[in-house]
Write a protein that binds this ligand. Structure first.
Ligand code: ACO
Length: 376
């Protein structure tokens, strides 16, 4: 048996028609559409439809999806009660989101079904309800009353409205919309692979998404964006960027938000979010500081190691400027990626075969059992 390279690097484990990463060219396509075009022209809801159905929606289909999402944003009573409990204890937000996901499954009568129509409906509930869950959690832990989901708003506008208690301006709303678009899917990244492994046992969408949340939370994956913000805050001013980065590298530490397993050139999502950061900073009176600092850090990392920023790097200053607390950055990533995870679960179930690889055994050879009394 051939042994796969460490970390399954460059191993192709099967087909997908959902998204495609060209790591050498620095390109990402969702169902054949360049993510740059989608970020410029489309809305997050159009991307959700595209990932689930394979094509961009017509105006009528988009209106139907927007209406369904808006109607389903109200969360069931038991999920709301669970969030209120979790907000009273020092829970890690990603763990709270995973618990709330489990409770959403409890409240979804179709949660155990793996038929395409039931899975699509569960996927819709997850995408609709994540903004409500995250915003409610934040308001409850700040001892504020939760805000009802607005009746006719996009995911980005609804989330910021429920988080802050007042609607965002169009520039803020669009900045978050673009951020959601670029996070929506990314081929077989660690969390999506996790979701597909779980789905391959014919477990539910909810089980797959709970597992994916765990994988996303780690600092080498989606958890990097929170660490980027902590690093930017620690650096403080642009002139300190270079010594700070060289200091970290001298200690053989990893710079969060840099490097990627697949991209050998710039991650197109990082380039899109850098533009969002710059545009948004112009809009904000005091925003420019975070952007300038992030740019200086990127320059220093390039000079020192020739590493490109990944999606998590500019996501941090953008989310910070939107007033999103740092420990909610990864949940916001999940609020978007749940669209991709659920698309992959549905694709897995459409042509399912259990994912069960082998391992190369490197332990001791077979040996005689030693009774407890004889060990010593
Ligand atoms: N900082 C410093 N050195 C780095 C970094 C980094 N961010 N990334 C890679 N390297 C170096 C490694 O130290 C290693 O050097 P060496 O060969 O001298 O030991 C070399 O580059 C290769 O690194 P690997 O870990 O083998 O590369 P891999 O493909 O396994 O890692 C990863 C990819 C995990 C993303 C890595 O670049 C990293 O740790 N980045 C920081 C965390 C991060 O930003 N994660 C988010 C990724 S995007 C996403 O998941 C949404």
């Amino acid at each position: 048996m051939a042994v796969a390279p460490s970390g399954l690097e460059n191993v192709v484990i099967g087909p997908t028609a959902i998204s495609c990463v060209d790591g050498d060219a620095g390109e990402l396509y969702y169902r054949g559409y360049d993510v740059r075009d989608l970020a410029r022209e489309a809305s997050f809801e159009e991307v959700v439809w595209l990932l689930w159905h394979g094509d961009l929606p017509t105006a009528a289909e988009l209106a139907r999806l927007r209406g369904e999402l808006a109607r389903q944003r109200v969360i069931p009573h038991r999920t709301a009660a669970l969030i209120d409990t979790l907000a009273r204890i020092p829970a890690v937000p990603m763990a709270a989101l995973a618990l709330a996901t489990g409770m959403l499954g409890v409240d979804d009568p179709a949660s155990r079904s793996v038929t395409p129509s039931d899975e699509l409906q569960s996927a819709l509930l997850l995408v609709a309800r994540y903004p409500t869950i995250i915003a409610r959690y934040e308001r409850r832990r700040r001892h504020l009353e939760p805000v009802e989901p607005p009746s006719n708003a996009s995911t980005a506008t609804a989330f910021l409205t429920m988080l802050r208690g007042s609607p965002p301006d169009p520039v803020e709303s669009r900045a978050l919309d673009v951020l959601l678009i670029v996070h929506a899917d990314h081929e077989l990244n660690a969390s999506t692979f996790t979701a597909r492994v779980i789905a391959s046992t014919l477990a539910s969408v909810y089980a797959a998404v709970e597992g994916a949340l765990g994988a996303l939370s780690g600092p080498l994956h989606g958890g990097a964006n929170e660490r980027v913000m902590a690093m930017l805050e620690q650096i403080g001013t642009p002139e300190r960027a270079e010594p700070f980065i060289y200091g970290l590298l001298a200690q053989k530490k990893r710079i969060m938000g840099f490097g990627h397993r697949v991209y050998k050139t710039e991650d197109p999502r990082a380039a899109i979010l850098r533009e969002v950061c710059l545009e948004f900073a112009q809009h904000r009176q005091h925003g420019r500081g975070w952007c300038d600092l992030a740019m200086r850090v990127a320059e220093a990392v390039w000079q020192a190691r020739h590493l490109y920023p990944n999606v998590d790097f500019f996501s941090a200053p953008v989310q910070h400027m939107l007033g999103i607390p740092t420990d909610l950055f990864t949940p916001v990533f999940a609020m978007s990626r749940v669209a991709g995870w659920t698309a992959h679960v549905m694709e897995q179930h459409a042509h399912n075969r259990l994912i069960r690889p082998r391992a190369e055994y490197v332990g001791p050879p077979p040996r005689r059992f030693v009774p407890l009394a004889a060990r010593g």
